[in-house]
Structures are given as structure tokens and as C-alpha cells.
Ligand binder design. Structure first.
Ligand SMILES: NC(=O)c1ccc[n+]([C@@H]2O[C@H](COP(=O)([O-])OP(=O)(O)OC[C@H]3O[C@@H](n4cnc5c(N)ncnc54)[C@H](O)[C@@H]3O)[C@@H](O)[C@H]2O)c1
Length: 337
């Protein structure tokens, strides 16, 4: 079988995760190069995975004939330029989420990839995760009643590097982290109708909101409510809840089991619905490796010349919600999409 030759650009938090997963499908993919502006990260790529071709400037990749795919794992504000360059040089693109920092950039990225005839897959990895897919199946089946309120709250230090907290570079948690929720909300509930959000920054020197609350209304009548903070200092944790509330019950997602002595089967995960009368209903799903399945899907699409399941359109739709939340923070008004 043909082996797809991949260059991973950006070896920070997520780049090594991608290299690791490509290494698990050696019959289909080979990581031929890693690019990072930081020499220490390049040294690590060599040490961890024996990568030999280590570059500091991604432009060198563009004219290399033995590279089929550019996997974009650099900060969000840099996605646009690299995706455009990669596509114009005929390289297929896997691009981490969020797609870009502006809708204009995201539209251009998709257009240029289409015109160049290259694949573009976005990193909405939850769409490949059996736990999240079971969550969606339960919610959309009407088991809880509809409409529902999807409620999530968490607080911690969030991301490791300063760019994540700047409005124009990473956008803070309501862009960078929450974009997974916006995409999954779009996937489960359909189109967003309106967004209301309020936020502050706890830590100084941040231009993005690091702590806020957002209320997202869908045309379906479902609601996503998020209280999210990246306002704590590294090492502190402010707890988290994550559930879906409906007329007929509450789906407790990622909640600790009531009886810690009952061990979950390692191969099977569980989600629980709490029903009236202290009744509990347990749903199981086979655990899987979402990053592995996500990247293998992309490589399969390149090999078989098929369209990826998660495209630039999904990237734009999630970005539209993120930008509406940031606009609502800034204007203190409800934003209609
Ligand atoms: N899918 C997920 O769950 C997930 C998880 C983490 C991050 N991400 C996304 O992946 C992207 C990268 O995030 P991260 O957490 O790895 O960031 P990071 O800051 O940890 O790492 C980025 C790396 O890119 C390098 N870099 C920056 N500019 C570069 C350039 N022009 N050329 C080459 N290297 C460059 C940096 O030196 C750094 O090593 C972001 O868009 C982020 O939102 C997605």
C-alpha cells in the first residue's frame, strides 16, 4: 500500500501527539519531517521518535517532493498563512482547531485548498471519540427529553503558553478550548441562533477574557451554558462539572462513579443517566483512541481520494460561534448569528 509522507509543523503540546499516532500506522503513514522554530523541541522530536529531518522554517517543506501532507500544529494565529502556502504547493493539509482567528482567513483557507484540489481536515477530535459519540447518541435520541441544557463548568490554568491568552493570537478559553464545544454543539443540535456572554480577566497582561460565562441558544431550542476559566495559576484546579439536563433526566458526563469500588471494564466506558426516583441508567461504549482514529481517517482519505468527515466548513461554523461569544464579551450585547 502507498505510504503517505507527513511533515508535522509545530512540536509543542499537540505536535508530539500527532507524531505518536502516525507512528502507530506505519503501513499507511511516515513522518518524514518535523518543523519547529525552537531547537529544543526539534531535539526532542529526534530523541522521542528518531525524526531525522528537522527544520526551523516551514517554507523549506514547500518545494520538497517527498512530502504529501502538512500537519499544522502551530499557534492558531499562524494557521492561515501555512495552510495557504501548503495548499498552493499541492500538499494535503491537516489543520488543528481553531481553524483561524478570523472568518475571512477561514473562508480563504477552505477556498484555496479546494482550488488546489488538496484535502483539508480540521482537528475536531471529539467527532472520533466513542465517548462523545455515545453522549451525542443519548442526547439526540430524546432519552432525556428535548430540548436540553448542556451545562459545563471548569476552572484551571488552561494553556501553557502566553499566546493562548491574547485576543488576537489565541483568543483565550472561549476561542481555543471552547471551540470543541461549539463544534460538538453544532454537530448535536444544529445551527446556533444567538449568543450571550460576559467575561473578565483574572490574571494581568491578558487581552483575552480568561474567565467567563456564555449562553448559547440553538434554533432547535437546546442550550449550551458554559462557565469556563483559565484564570488560575499553574498547579491550581477549580473543579469541573459536565452534564446535560432534560425533562426526563440528567446525563452525567465524565462524573465520578458513585461507588468507587466498582471498577470500570478497561475496554468499556460508561455514561450514566440520573432519573427521577433515584433511578440510574448506565450506557456503555467501547473506548477508543480518538487522536489515532482521527489521523488514520485523514490518511485514509488521502490514500483513497475521499473527502474527510471534518472539513473547513465545520471549522468555519465553530469559528462563527467563537467569534460571536468574543463579540458578546466585548459589546456586552446578545449576538444573533
Ligand atoms: N485538538 C486538540 O485537542 C488540541 C490540543 C492542543 C492544541 N491544539 C491546537 O493546536 C495548535 C498548537 O497548540 P499547542 O498547544 O501545541 O501550542 P504550543 O504553544 O504548545 O506549541 C506550538 C509549537 O509551535 C512552534 N511554532 C510556533 N510558530 C512556529 C512556526 N512559524 N514554525 C514552526 N514552529 C512554530 C512553537 O515553538 C511550539 O513548539 C493550536 O491551534 C491549538 O489550539 C489542539
Amino acid at each position: 500500500m502507498e505510504r503517505i509522507r507527513v511533515a508535522v509543523v509545530g512540536y509543542g503540546q499537540i505536535g508530539p501527539v500527532h507524531v505518536n499516532r502516525y507512528k502507530k500506522i506505519p503501513d499507511k503513514a511516515e513522518v518524514v519531517a518535523v518543523v519547529d522554530i525552537n531547537q529544543e523541541r526539534l531535539d526532542l522530536a529526534k530523541e522521542q521518535y528518531g525524526i531525522e529531518r528537522l527544520l526551523k522554517d516551514y517554507r523549506e517543506l514547500l518545494t520538497m517532493d517527498d512530502i504529501d501532507v502538512i500537519d499544522v500544529c502551530i499557534p492558531t494565529f499562524e494557521h492561515h498563512e501555512l495552510v495557504l502556502k501548503a495548499a498552493k504547493h499541492g500538499k494535503h493539509v491537516f489543520c488543528e482547531k481553531p481553524m483561524a482567528m478570523t472568518m475571512e482567513d477561514a473562508l480563504e483557507m477552505e477556498k484555496v485548498c479546494k482550488e488546489a484540489g488538496v484535502k483539508l481536515q480540521l482537528g475536531f477530535v471529539r467527532r472520533f471519540d466513542n465517548e462523545w459519540l455515545k453522549f451525542k447518541e443519548i442526547v439526540t435520541s430524546g432519552e432525556l427529553g428535548r430540548p436540553v441544557v448542556w451545562r459545563s463548568a471548569s476552572a484551571g490554568a488552561g494553556a501553557p503558553n502566553p499566546w493562548f491568552f491574547q485576543r488576537e493570537l489565541g483568543g483565550g478559553p472561549y476561542m481555543d478550548g471552547a471551540v470543541h464545544n461549539y463544534d460538538f454543539g453544532n454537530f448535536m443540535f444544529g445551527k446556533v441562533k444567538a449568543v450571550t456572554a460576559k467575561g473578565v480577566s483574572i490574571q494581568p497582561d491578558r487581552t483575552a477574557v480568561d474567565t467567563g460565562i456564555a449562553h448559547i441558544e440553538y434554533e432547535s431550542g437546546d442550550v449550551l451554558q458554559m462557565m469556563w476559566s483559565w484564570g488560575l495559576k499553574a498547579g491550581s484546579f477549580g473543579g469541573s462539572i459536565h452534564d446535560v439536563l432534560g425533562e426526563d433526566g440528567a446525563l452525567l458526563f465524565r462524573a465520578p462513579r458513585k461507588d468507587p469500588l466498582v471498577k470500570e471494564d478497561e475496554d468499556m466506558g460508561q455514561l450514566t443517566i440520573s432519573r427521577p426516583g433515584n433511578e440510574e441508567e448506565v450506557y456503555t461504549y467501547p473506548r477508543n483512541d480518538m487522536f489515532g482514529d482521527e489521523l488514520e481517517h485523514f490518511i485514509d482519505c488521502v490514500i483513497n481520494d475521499e473527502d474527510p468527515m471534518v472539513t473547513g466548513k465545520h471549522g468555519q461554523e465553530a469559528l462563527e460561534v467563537a467569534l460571536a461569544v468574543l463579540e458578546s464579551f466585548e459589546t456586552e450585547k446578545k449576538v444573533y448569528l
